[in-house]
Design a protein around this ligand. Structure first.
Ligand code: NAP
Length: 305
């Protein structure tokens, strides 16, 4: 079987083109959606994410704020920032970059974000909407994946979907979104018995685990569509050769930069077995930010309609 490699960048461009059209429409009503991304601490990876989110929203013509606070910011200080953003009319979407430092009460912060500006969908009201299948704000990675499956023309009704990983930000919302499209969903985790056998049932397999190349040939049914959410670093050349083959350009990348990225799915095993697979990088990654823009527009529409 020929395996299609799904280019997430193309799908992300499609999402952004839709956002641009929606922004033009909103501008006729003098509405400019606004996104605020809040970061506490100086983790370089999180800084990069927050700045990319702010930059993308600005490039598309939205109002954008990247708020970077020192690592010693207290829960009370962060609550004051959230309160200001809750009240700011130019802000439609508030995103608090996780994880927060240990001394901050994460639950208290996430509960403080106004539900109609809670673009990550963590507030109980939004979780309720997600579980009951109502329109509302939900985590952007699973929303981006649903958009991708639709744009691939995959009719989910009746399909077996297996999601590996049960985090609140990816696995659980993914399972509910697939369920609402009438897939038969199995949600797996670290205590699942015989994971390869459960995965082999899947017509759609979503891996959101954080374990490099966990999903190998043994987990895949012929014709499965594989969505790889994982982002893991491979730093050793030996490991790179094992995963990508000794002639892969990735080996040079490890030697030059010190690492390359691999997903939760083995990079070569699905080839010839799966119907389609998302690569890492450039698969699911670009969808998350693109869908954040779409969700920001949606938050603006829901709040200001
Ligand atoms: P997480 O909160 O660490 O959750 C990982 C989940 O995987 C947990 O439910 C855990 O089970 C399960 N798990 C761990 N080891 C397992 C194993 N050996 N077999 C079966 N299940 C196992 O991770 P996350 O936030 O969902 O992220 C998952 C991955 O996606 C990470 O690599 C992350 O970087 C990536 N990610 C990518 C994007 C993107 O935009 N592309 C967005 C978000 C996350 P238990 O619950 O039993 O512990």
């Amino acid at each position: 079987m020929e395996t299609r490699i799904i280019d997430g960048r193309k799908v992300a461009e499609q999402i952004k083109a839709e956002v641009t059209e929606e922004l033009q429409e909103l501008s006729k009503k003098n509405l400019v959606p606004g996104l605020a991304a809040v970061l506490v601490g100086d983790d370089p990876g999180s800084q990069l994410y927050v700045r990319m989110k702010a930059r993308t929203s600005k490039e598309l013509g939205m109002h954008s704020e990247a708020i970077e606070l020192p690592g010693e910011t207290t829960t009370e200080e962060l609550l004051q920032v959230i309160d200001r953003l809750n009240q700011a009319d130019e802000i439609d979407a508030i995103l608090v970059q996780l994880p927060l430092p240990d001394h901050i009460d994460e639950d208290q912060i996430l509960l403080a974000v106004r539900p109609d500006k809670d673009v990550d969908g963590f507030h109980p009201l939004n979780v309720r909407n997600l579980v009951t299948g109502k329109v509302g704000l939900a985590p952007c990675t699973p929303l981006g994946i649903m958009y991708l499956l639709k744009s691939e023309g995959i009719e989910l009704k009746g399909l077996e979907a297996v999601v590996v990983g049960r985090s609140n930000i990816v696995g659980k919302p993914m399972a509910f979104l697939l369920l609402h499209q009438h897939a038969t969903v199995t949600l797996c985790h670290s205590r699942t018995r015989d994971l390869p056998a459960v995965c082999r049932r899947a017509d759609i397999l979503v891996a959101a685990v954080g374990q490099p190349a966990l999903i190998t040939r043994d987990y895949l049914k012929e014709g499965v569509v594989v969505i790889d959410v994982g982002i893991n670093r491979v730093e050793s050349v030996e490991e790179g050769v094992r995963l990508f083959g000794k002639n892969s350009k990735r080996i040079g990348r490890i030697e030059e930069r010190g690492y390359t990225l691999v997903g939760d799915v083995h990079p070569r095993d699905p080839l010839g077995v799966a119907k389609a697979v998302t690569p890492v990088p450039f698969g699911v990654g670009p969808l998350t930010i693109a869908h954040l823009m779409k969700s920001t527009v949606m938050a603006c529409r829901l709040r200001k309609r």
